[in-house]
Design a protein around this ligand. Sequence first.
Ligand SMILES: Cc1cc2nc3c(=O)[nH]c(=O)nc-3n(C[C@H](O)[C@H](O)[C@H](O)COP(=O)(O)OP(=O)(O)OC[C@H]3O[C@@H](n4cnc5c(N)ncnc54)[C@H](O)[C@@H]3O)c2cc1C
Length: 504
Amino acid sequence: MNARLDPRSAADAARSPATDLLDVVVVGAGISGIGAAWHLATQSPGTRFLVLESKDTFGGTWVTHRYPGIRSDSDLYTFGYRFKPWMGTPIATAAEILKYMGEVIEDAGLGERIRYRHAIERASWSSADRCWTLDVHRLDTGERLQIATRFLWMCQGYYRHQGGYTPQWPGMDTFGGRIVHPQDWPEDFDTTGQRVVVIGSGATAATLVPALAGRCAHVTMLQRSPTWFVTGRNANVLADTLRELDLPPEWIHEIVRRKILFDQKTLHARAFSDPDGLGADLLANVRAHVGDAVDVDRHFTPRYKPWRQRIAFIPDADLFKAIRDRQASVITDEIERFTETGLLLKSGETLEADVIVTATGFELSVLGDIPFEVDGRPLEFSATVGWRGAMFTGVPNLVWVFGYFRASWTLRVDLLGDFVCRLLAHMRERGAEVVTPALRPEEADMPLRPWVDPENFSPGYLARGGDRLPRTGDRGPWRHSQDYAFDKDDLPAADLDDGSLKYT
Ligand SMILES: Cc1cc2nc3c(=O)[nH]c(=O)nc-3n(C[C@H](O)[C@H](O)[C@H](O)COP(=O)(O)OP(=O)(O)OC[C@H]3O[C@@H](n4cnc5c(N)ncnc54)[C@H](O)[C@@H]3O)c2cc1C
């Protein structure tokens, strides 16, 4: 691949991106994009690449979301990268995650590769030129420029950063208080002494409610239906023991990752083999924490089986403590309409509020909502079939990092980091400049399925926008397992010459 490129050094190319053909452009400087950059710099030295990011800093999700209490819901041993030991508590704040990512950038000298305030507004593939041309809007100068790259590594996440999903309820405009979506939390927003209602009961609501409790007059979590929760200390006993033994941080990181993944696999297996038993255990745990402060059958017993949606982890049971201490309460009901002073519920009950927080989720974004073209024809990703959920039929030289729902997103970042570097090396060996997934003749009539089986996993943003996602097949490389345990063996062993990838 390098042979056809301008022979100047990667650092030179990084300084003047507008004129040269790059080997790779990484889109987004969130945890996926920084991971991708680390893998390229470390495993594929000499690759000339840039990371383009529309924000003015790195972090993605962890800078967009600034609501009180913002934290991970996965442990950082697995949400952190494989290559950088995590030294803090398992559940981390956004600030801690950003510090960790900053250290990765610093340690690997990735800073000079990242172009901030560079928003990609169009991506066009030319088979004649064998490259992608990106229309880029420089948000700092207003300039519009084009960047050409052989390969696109899409790390732009899965939801719109511009704003979250807020359903429209009657009477919203009559409400005299303030309506806030957590994704747009105003800076210095003071809820002291206010009556706050948080609509929703997912991970965001479960983080916000204990963070607001005690500060505001009272916080009510209003949910249409309950969510599964699991609690635990925000500590990892194994990690603490290994640290006492003075083992190197790299060992501790790897051992603890393996243990966490093993435990998750066991829990996952039980969710399918014994959903009722698992559900009963989860509910017993909730009861132990809330005592008689709340009716657990009514407010904490979901209608769906555990694991159909991510089980939200509550560190140190803080949500339940806030409920037990009567600083927070939970109501299971539906909104009839907003009133001037709060909410009228379908049960007829009214809920007075000064602030209503709509923790109602995200808007799905398929490949950053960037208009894509291949040889002048608009590309509909929903008309493509995923190759191991990472590449797409008829779409040359493009990989998308779409992480795990049930395990940490970042596990897939490292797996795809290895994969892309292997693919690039394979192409160099073959003298190929273009790789495009294509169904083989025997797969032409293969039944196609949705990107994610709604029977298996069904968060709201997928229910609302899932039909815009690529399809998957029922066999071979066309399956999208969404299962780290499967992918960790499958991706490294993927046969790059089995005919499902066409090279030119
Ligand atoms: C509040 C919250 C908590 C979460 N907690 C966890 C968790 O604990 N564990 C877990 O596994 N997952 C969690 N997730 C899911 C989480 O989004 C991912 O795990 C992960 O952070 C996604 O990283 P990413 O880099 O792929 O995407 P993002 O973090 O979404 O970053 C994408 C970046 O791409 C940039 N970008 C997008 N489009 C363009 C464009 N056209 N041009 C230039 N730049 C562009 C964006 O500005 C952004 O910086 C959480 C999500 C949220 C919202």
